[in-house]
Design a protein around this ligand. Sequence first.
Ligand code: PEP
Ligand code: MG
Length: 569
Amino acid sequence: MSIPAASSLTDQAGTPGTVLSGAGVVPGIGYAPALRPGERPALPADGVADVPADLREDEASRFSLAAAAVAGRLRERASQATGAASEVLAATAGLASDKAWLKAADKRIRSGMPAGNAAAAATEQFADMFTKLGGLMAERVTDLRDVRDRVLAELAGRPEPGVPQPDHPVVLLADDLAPADTAGLDPALILGIATRLGGPTSHTAIIARQLGIPCVVAVSDLGGVPAGVPVLIDGAAGTVTVEPDPEAAAQRAEEAATAAAAVADWHGPGRTADGRAVAVLANVQDGASAHAAAERPVEGIGLFRTELAFLDRTDEPSVAEQTDMYRAVIDAFPGQKVVIRTLDAGSDKPLKFVDHPDEANPALGVRGVRIAQGDPEILTRQLDAIAAAGATSDPWVMAPMIATAGEAHDFAALCRERGLTPGVMIEVPAAALLADAVLAEVDFVSIGTNDLTQYAMAADRMSSELASLTDPWQPAVLRLIKLVGDAGTRAGKPVGVCGEAAADPLLACVLVGLGVTSLSCAPNAAAAVGARLSGVTLAQCRAAADAVLTTADPRSARAAAEAALQSAV
Ligand code: PEP
Ligand code: MG
């Protein structure tokens, strides 16, 4: 008897304690035995005999009835689901009743191909096309093949393939999950998901995010993990640990559950355990996102990226149009803080109506407030619109990419002439180094850690190869933030952070210890930040800040912060 040889990859992936890496898409911990979806139907063999001419009509209707049955069932499930799950099921039902796909299969059947082979061939024809188109279309290939498998099962009179309903908690491991599989998942029983394929925008990721199930995608070695073994999924770290130490894993799962409950219970306002107020604010890009943010436990808006509201415009919006746009955002938070940033056009966010020069290095070029050098009125028209929109609400206004105290002075003068409260972003190391002089000119500053990190580390924020350099935990970046925090304390003026660093709950505590007085982040990250902050004292935050400043790399900085926050001060 011959036993198929297991690949070395399989051996390694199945070894207790092995940690497999992928891309984490939904943070959280899931620890349970692995479940693998049921077998998909085998694809029909090639080279089968033609269907006799007089039976082709029947074969064609057998196929169209099977496709209609699959589409109908998916549509029925869509009507029972809500939100993204419903949209995903409806989209898959749409594929099962897609005219072009049905026609491609029908044509083959009428030339003699059996229905199953025709469904498979038509699917591959469209899969090739989607793959060539790339991006989101390429990710729909899984959906199309799922429809094919359901139709094949229907043609064979077998139950639809997919994820079986478990009777105990599991983590789901799969090559890839079809939308119709993920859309019906019960988060009480599916504690985690890992897939070998898929990306951050795949349906698996979208649904897992909606259901709040910890999820890691693109785990290349996942195939070797057998069903039934205990697996720990860490959606923040993007790892899958096969047969971890049971006690340690159970403890991590319990801690994660406690932390998740604290996040769900947190409703603000932002403050440390000993009562130091630290406003937790939202980053938004237009009226719609501001109104959505108002549903979250945030105390206002810390960054309105106005350029994002105008990315599709070929002509500059008039002052009246801009006024309406800004008013829509201000109205989402009546009586609360709203910080509006003037256009940060250029570099990765060029605007069609701004005359951007052709530059070899646009990140170091005419971007942010610098666009006003060649066209001062683009800035003054925007300030006029903000002043009109905020006539009764005192929005704060800040300029991006300020490098000198002189630029801060000029910007502040334009704001004050219009009765607006002026501030600037600190995202250029030069401005951090001279924070006292900059703060002397304005009423507040907000640190843009995304660009501050890019410029401090000389590493393009868009480069995935340089991700370890563009990490805001880099101690050099933390030292620059400390300079700004100290300057803010001396001047008695607010120092916010509105870059991605503010969305990291651990780093948020360090930032508060460094002198930061408000945190602005993506609205869905706010509760985790607020909850973490509510569990630590200002003295612990300061101890964490002191600790990170003695480190020389991000990993040690994180460890030092975690240790400092866990010790009583
Ligand atoms: C930043 O640089 O941190 C920031 C908030 O600005 P943006 O990400 O829009 O460049
Ligand atoms: Mg920036």
